[in-house]
Design a protein around this ligand. Structure first.
Ligand code: NAG
Ligand code: NAG
Ligand code: NAG
Ligand code: NAG
Ligand code: NAG
Ligand code: NAG
Ligand code: NAG
Ligand code: NAG
Ligand code: NAG
Ligand code: NAG
Ligand code: NAG
Ligand code: NAG
Length: 578
């Protein structure tokens, strides 16, 4: 009794220390409306150690009488003040999505960015138009219940039944009509060119003509757009997990995102075979056999879905059905973060083989929807952020080409994508398919080329195997930006944040601190393998370094903090955009 009481107190204390900030944030959200928005920045302390401000920008840069937007900003201040010779200015961040919150990104990942970058910069996050605390909000649904009603039947897999693809097609048409009726002006103002212009205005308000930046995933489209629009305002600038921006604006189909997706899966299977049966639960003696085992477990669900019925707490009984589409989606989510999710996903497959679908369900978008619907207490909560109600206005509204497609053409587009990867089944309906019927265009659009000599050369980062931003896209984009360098992180997953590499961390640090780019052709190894005994996971791998103690400590802290931030990144990339 005594022991267990003692343990309880002890673990509460540890838990309290680790999560107090998180809980405080959730339970007592900062009152953003108390901040006056203006075209100069005036910072107010918020969330313990941070500073917050609201910045006024025109809703449309092409028509400044169309109203204003109030952009929410957060800053993790540098240790040095503006007059200090060590102070290097601000870095802006974008977490991707589109629809990810830059406020939450800094709140959740500040320890990681700070440990990698060092103390010389202010780290600045902002909620892009239509997202989070930035106003006016993009509110298409009138309540969480209405959003749930819409998404509960939105197909996560277009090859689930004969009508799935068409169902997604007509639901996107409904969403487009709802958006026109309820949120037209905002939806026309959230395009990437407007957000890129906001970044310049924000930097100027911070006293900088040159924008320093680290954007991941869709943040690479935002970054490339900025660099193409304002090449003379490019400071130290990283785009990481790079999408093909040519295609983003000028493609009628998505022919690039899934180039390496099947390679991702093959590399995870190869890592499994190499790790052996004690570390990889679905181990077989060849990648072909691992693959066959996985498909066998999944295909069994096509004819025999599994029930989940959890009445551990009878007052909070939950139930669900795990079918092929749910499980397939859960496995797709897990390939974004194979270093953390690979062991979980493979254990989930073994559980499936034994008739237990709980674990695979927990990886799926449906489980995320359950969690979101429980978290939402009012319609103003960002229930839909990150799903197609924010993706479509940005992705479809940005397009220069006509992306309208008949249902028959949409089927063709899907079939072409399916030639690249099996995961087109789940990627297609939640991305470009919505553009087939999308009724709106952004008022400010970028219609230029991605050829520019930037005032500072750009650093691009690509993983050898990235499920939705293949390294080929980083190379294509680099070709247009004079002096830019592609750093290849030889890992599997989405963006460099999916797997820690000391070598990548040091390259980023050196670029931000000294402006020095890595040599062209640099390949950085990840510190760990996908399936690895826990005792090895603290090794610093892939690079020979002699670090001063504080730098080594900083990198260990970075690695730990990245682990803590992964749950946030998974929600940001929910359900699956870049
Ligand atoms: C906002 O402006 C009002 C009126 O000028 C002022 O009273 C208030 O202190 C300002 N709030 C902040 C947080 O600066
Ligand atoms: C600019 O916006 C205002 C307010 O919405 C509108 O009345 C006006 O027609 C717009 N001007 C142009 C050129 O679109
Ligand atoms: C920044 O300042 C804080 C408090 O003054 C100090 O604890 C911390 O070590 C400093 N960090 C760096 C990286 O210098
Ligand atoms: C749908 O899935 C089935 C089974 O995997 C496959 O045979 C078929 O080719 C897929 N449909 C398309 C259009 O690719
Ligand atoms: C959506 O709006 C368009 C344009 O007004 C219209 O042609 C179409 O019929 C509408 N769709 C539905 C399902 O009402
Ligand atoms: C792999 O296992 C299969 C049967 O499970 C066996 O026939 C084959 O010889 C094994 N191959 C190797 C290289 O061990
Ligand atoms: C079942 O529900 C309980 C809470 O009622 C929860 O703690 C537990 O994790 C759930 N089990 C599974 C397998 O999801
Ligand atoms: C399924 O596995 C989970 C652990 O992942 C366990 O909690 C649960 O009891 C199992 N369900 C059944 C029906 O065995
Ligand atoms: C984009 O620019 C090209 C030429 O630079 C022009 O022909 C085309 O009409 C423009 N498209 C749009 C939608 O503005
Ligand atoms: C898919 O690939 C096959 C074989 O390369 C080709 O014949 C077919 O035309 C492709 N389908 C589409 C829709 O691109
Ligand atoms: C990448 O890592 C794999 C092992 O995971 C290794 O076989 C390969 O040679 C590495 N490639 C490069 C370019 O370093
Ligand atoms: C930046 O350059 C200075 C001088 O060359 C060097 O001492 C320092 O270690 C470099 N910093 C990083 C992070 O590489």
């Amino acid at each position: 009794m005594r022991t267990s009481t003692g343990l309880l107190v002890l673990s509460n204390t540890l838990l309290g220390a680790a999560s107090a900030r998180h809980l405080a944030r959730r339970d007592a959200p900062f009152d953003w409306s108390s901040l006056n928005s203006s075209t100069s920045l005036s910072w107010t302390p918020c969330y313990d150690a941070f500073q917050c401000a609201r910045f006024t920008a025109p809703l449309q840069y092409s028509n400044t009488s169309a109203g204003d937007s109030q952009i929410a900003l957060i800053m993790s201040p540098s240790n040095f003040s503006a007059g200090d010779p060590n102070y290097l200015g601000s870095i802006l961040f974008n977490p991707g999505g589109p629809g990810g919150s830059g406020i939450q990104y800094i709140l959740q990942l500040d320890p990681y960015f700070r440990a990698i970058i060092g103390p010389q910069y202010d780290l600045v996050g902002f909620d892009p138009r239509g997202v989070g605390e930035t106003t006016p909000p993009l509110s298409v649904f009138e309540s969480p219940a209405e959003a749930l009603q819409f998404y509960a039947t939105y197909p996560l897999n277009v090859n689930d039944s004969v009508s799935s693809l068409a169902r997604a097609y007509v639901q996107a048409e409904i969403l487009g009509n709802l958006t026109v009726q309820r949120a037209k002006d905002v939806a026309e103002s959230v395009g990437t060119a407007a957000v890129a212009t906001d970044m310049l205005q924000i930097s100027r308000a911070l006293g900088q003509e040159k924008v320093n930046y680290w954007g991941v995933s869709y943040g690479s489209v935002l970054g490339a757009t900025f660099a193409a629009m304002f090449p003379q305002n490019v400071g130290r600038f990283i785009i990481d997990g790079v999408s093909d921006s040519h295609q983003w604006y000028f493609g009628t189909q998505d022919t690039s995102s899934m180039l390496d997706t099947d390679g991702v899966v093959a590399s995870i299977f190869a890592a499994c075979v190499a790790a052996g049966p004690s570390l990889c639960p679905i181990w077989e003696n060849s990648t072909e056999l691992v693959e066959a085992r996985v498909h066998h477990a999944l295909n069994a669900l096509r004819v025999a879905p599994l029930p989940i019925f959890n009445n551990t707490d009878p007052a909070a009984t939950t139930f669900a059905v795990v079918d092929y589409a749910t499980a397939f989606d859960g496995l797709f989510q897990s390939i974004y973060f194979p270093y953390s999710d690979g062991p979980v996903a493979t254990a989930a497959l073994v559980a499936l083989e034994h008739g237990n679908g709980s674990l695979v369900y927990s990886l799926s978008t449906e489980a995320q929807l359950d969690a979101l619907s429980q978290d939402c207490t009012s319609s103003s909560e960002a229930f839909g952020a990150g799903f197609i109600d924010i993706i479509a206005p940005i992705l479809c509204g940005d397009a220069i080409v006509d992306r309208h497609r008949s249902l028959a053409q949409a089927r063709q587009d899907y079939a072409a994508m399916r030639n690249l990867s099996l995961f087109a089944d789940t990627w297609y309906p939640t991305t470009i398919e919505a553009c087939a019927t999308w009724p709106l265009q952004s008022k400010d659009r970028f219609n230029g080329s991605f050829q520019a000599n930037t005032s500072t050369p750009i650093l691009l980062i690509g993983n050898t195997f990235d499920p939705v931003t293949p390294i080929q896209s980083a190379r294509n984009m680099s070709a247009g930006f004079g002096g830019s360098v592609v750093l290849q992180q030889n890992s599997t997953g989405h963006t460099s944040l999916s797997g820690f590499s000391t070598c990548t961390a040091l390259a980023i640090r050196e670029y931000f601190q000294n402006g020095t780019l890595p040599a062209a052709g640099t390949v950085c190894q990840p510190d760990t393998a996908i399936f690895e005994a826990p005792s090895n996971s603290s090794a610093v791998g892939g690079v020979t370094i002699s670090l001063r103690d504080d730098a080594a400590l900083g990198l260990r802290e970075a690695k730990r903090a990245l682990g803590d931030g992964t749950a946030f990144l998974k929600r940001t990339w929910f359900p699956r955009w870049a």
